[in-house]
Design a protein around this ligand. Structure first.
Ligand SMILES: Cc1cc2nc3c(=O)[nH]c(=O)nc-3n(C[C@H](O)[C@H](O)[C@H](O)COP(=O)(O)OP(=O)(O)OC[C@H]3O[C@@H](n4cnc5c(N)ncnc54)[C@H](O)[C@@H]3O)c2cc1C
Ligand code: SF4
Ligand code: SF4
Length: 607
């Protein structure tokens, strides 16, 4: 009888710990330290059969550690290069090959870090562990502080703390993709804190427009124009007005909010809740709003002339076209067209219809779920890659599936079948198979399988968004991407007083990234106008209790039952209970007080 594999379950436990530790790697680590640790882990995996891997990897790891400690010289580096190349080219299997390949790629990716460690015997400037959650929130919200306020039952203080860096606490509580949770240190013990969920609990206890905004600084006499009232434009307006500048917002729609109203469906972000944030933003005062004001090239020239500074944040509102036959047929719509109409209160009636949605991102999920709520009999999402390659968030895909939407993966649209009256009747697809990687992702290639006919009275195209940059061609947007080109200060090339940010500069992104851009723009506009205003903020976070290290499950936000919610427009998500919120807040390790956050300069002061 053979003995059982030594320590199977125990090793699995240790590996699980290891994985969680890696997941919690804080931003700001020296990449060469990570590389040295990676090589050491690789060396433990060698089977010992082939020499390059068995003997080479430990030697490579020793050299990598020497570089990391700033003790290596040029000869060591040359030796590292030769050794890595030899291992990559001669190791028998992936264990040796991939470890060496990672080092070779690192020579290029981290060339600056290598140079500093070897030439100057110093780690690169600015490298240092930072608070994971706060660093990874694009707006750098003081997360441990607001969690502590919620834990102490002071929800208004939590909202004030969030609003110091992000004037849309409610919108983000509902729809933020919460990058802040990715490296939360709590996952070393169990799983990341539900940071977005705690924010939702706070704004569910007290509406943001019931929490007074800070007082405006004295009037500066300067005039700032904001073009586009999405999250980015309104954020810039909020901070610029707080700094004492007179702001005018120009918006082509009748209502404010941009894609938060004309894109994201109300079952994910109820409009009355979005309005709470918008009312709070406008309550700063000194913000004039002109809706129904579509800015063209002539009015843009006048605005640039009349205002001391301009922030352009027009988003990406045009749907990308699909290059197949039949795309002009009646019943073929772009996702953004459909969702914008819904944002204006024009709900489509798809009763009894079959709907096909082309695309695999969050917008495709929103379209499909909107079609279902508009009465469609059947909704199919057609995606040319696999489910696991879909850019949509896992939770969005799961929610759509739970509501009864069918996903047809590995199907590329070939043409749209049209009847004699010019109406679409089916989407015909060419089945794909997944092939080798292109640009870091496995790419689909046509499979030798017959075409598939998917009956469809409506085809919704959710394959990307374009920027309508024509009215602003004087800013010379990139001819291919149509994005506006800016310098480090978000200033448009060739213009002193025009700043640009949000989706129209980054390409379609997320609410919180565009909020961050709006905040930076306001700060840079303030500097351009000759000021360096500091907005007062004197709230102090409650003292941390002793660190709670008892492994405890993460409280997730519950959703209404799929069968019930699939046919109405009411909010899908429910909130945490008080009991759940207190437990979740209690899991936060207060890394602002314990660990790197407590060190001198451990908390980076962001804009
Ligand atoms: C369907 C959908 C779902 C999404 N879901 C999420 C999500 O769950 N989470 C998330 O974080 N992000 C999500 N996003 C992305 C997010 O909404 C955007 O990244 C964000 O709104 C962009 O902000 P912005 O201010 O740059 O532009 P926008 O929000 O697009 O606002 C731009 C504003 O400018 C106005 N405008 C345009 N041209 C002119 C002009 N010439 N004159 C005057 N006004 C003009 C527009 O009407 C609009 O109000 C989603 C986007 C879509 C389309
Ligand atoms: S805004 Fe988003 S990224 Fe920032 S703290 Fe909130 S959930 Fe996290
Ligand atoms: S434990 Fe708390 S402070 Fe630490 S990273 Fe997570 S949310 Fe931030």
């Amino acid at each position: 009888m053979r003995p059982a594999a030594p320590g199977g379950a125990d090793i699995a436990n240790l590996l699980d710990r290891f994985e969680r530790r890696i997941a919690a790697t804080p931003p700001g680590m020296c990449p060469l330290a990570v590389q040295a640790a990676y090589l050491e882990a690789c060396a433990t995996q060698t089977c010992g059969k082939c020499v390059p891997c068995r003997d080479g990897l430990p030697q490579l790891a020793t050299l990598a550690r020497k570089v990391m400690m700033c003790e290596a010289d040029d000869d060591d580096f040359e030796m590292m290069r030769m050794l890595a190349t030899a291992i990559r080219d001669t190791a028998d299997c992936a264990i040796g090959y991939d470890a060496a390949q990672a080092v070779i790629e690192g020579f290029k990716t981290f060339s600056e870090e290598y140079e500093r460690h070897i030439a100057d015997h110093a780690c690169i400037d600015g490298i240092g562990q930072t608070l994971p959650c706060e660093t990874l929130c694009p707006a750098h919200v003081d997360i441990p502080a607001y969690i502590a306020h919620v834990g102490a039952g002071d929800y208004a203080a939590a909202i004030e703390t969030i609003r110091k860096d992000n004037p849309f606490p409610t919108a983000c509580a509902f729809v933020c993709e919460h990058p802040c949770e990715q490296r939360c240190r709590r996952q070393i013990i169990d799983s990341p804190i539900n940071i977005r969920g705690i924010k939702k609990f706070a704004v569910d206890q007290i509406a943001t427009d019931k929490v007074p905004v800070p007082e405006r600084l004295p009037d500066s006499g300067k005039k700032v124009a904001v073009i586009g009232a999405g999250p980015s434009g309104l954020t810039c307006a909020y901070y610029a007005a707080l700094m004492g500048h007179k702001v005018t917002v120009f918006e082509m729609h009748d209502k404010l909010g941009g894609m938060m109203r004309y894109g994201i469906p109300s079952y994910r972000l109820p409009r009355e809740r979005l309005d709470e944030d918008i009312r709070a933003v406008l309550s700063v005062g000194n913000i004039e709003v002109r809706t129904g004001a579509r800015i063209d090239s002539a009015s843009f020239a006048m605005i640039v002339e009349d205002y001391d500074a301009v922030y352009l944040s027009i988003g990406a509102h045009l749907g990308k076209k699909l290059g197949v036959d039949g795309v002009e047929a009646e019943g073929v719509l772009s996702a953004v067209e459909l969702l914008a109409a819904v944002g204006d209160g024009e709900y489509p009636d798809f009763s009894g219809k079959k709907v096909a949605v082309v695309g695999g991102g969050n917008v495709a999920m929103d379209c499909a779920r909107t079609a279902l709520r508009a009465g469609a009999d059947e909704v199919n999402i057609v995606y040319r890659r696999r489910k696991l390659d879909m850019p949509a968030l896992d939770e969005e895909i799961e929610s759509a599936m739970a509501e009864g939407i069918q996903l047809l993966e590995l199907q590329a649209p070939a043409r749209i079948e049209v009847d004699g009256d010019g109406r679409c009747v089916a989407l015909v697809t060419q089945p794909q198979m997944i092939g080798p990687e292109k640009h870091g992702r496995p790419a689909p290639v046509p499979a030798s399988k017959p075409e598939k006919r998917i009956p469809a009275d409506v085809v919704l195209l959710a394959i990307g968004q374009d920027i309508d940059s024509n009215p602003f061609s004087v800013l010379e947007p990139d001819p291919r991407s149509k994005r506006f080109v800016v310098n480090d200060e978000l200033r448009a090339m060739g213009f002193d007083n025009v700043f640009v940010g949000g989706d129209c500069q980054m390409g379609p992104s997320t609410v919180i990234k565009t909020i961050a851009a709006g905040k930076v723009a306001a700060r840079n506009i303030d500097e351009y106008l000759g000021y360096h205003h500091k907005l007062p903020f004197d709230l102090i976070a409650p003292e941390p209790a002793q660190n709670n290290k008892v492994p405890t499950g993460r409280v997730n936000i519950a959703e209404r039952p799929a069968r019930e919610r699939a046919r109405d427009w009411l909010a899908v998500e429910e909130g945490m209970s008080l009991e759940e919120a207190i437990q979740e807040c209690g899991r936060c390790l207060r890394c602002d007080h314990f660990g790197c956050g407590s060190l001198d300069e451990g908390r980076v002061q962001y804009v």
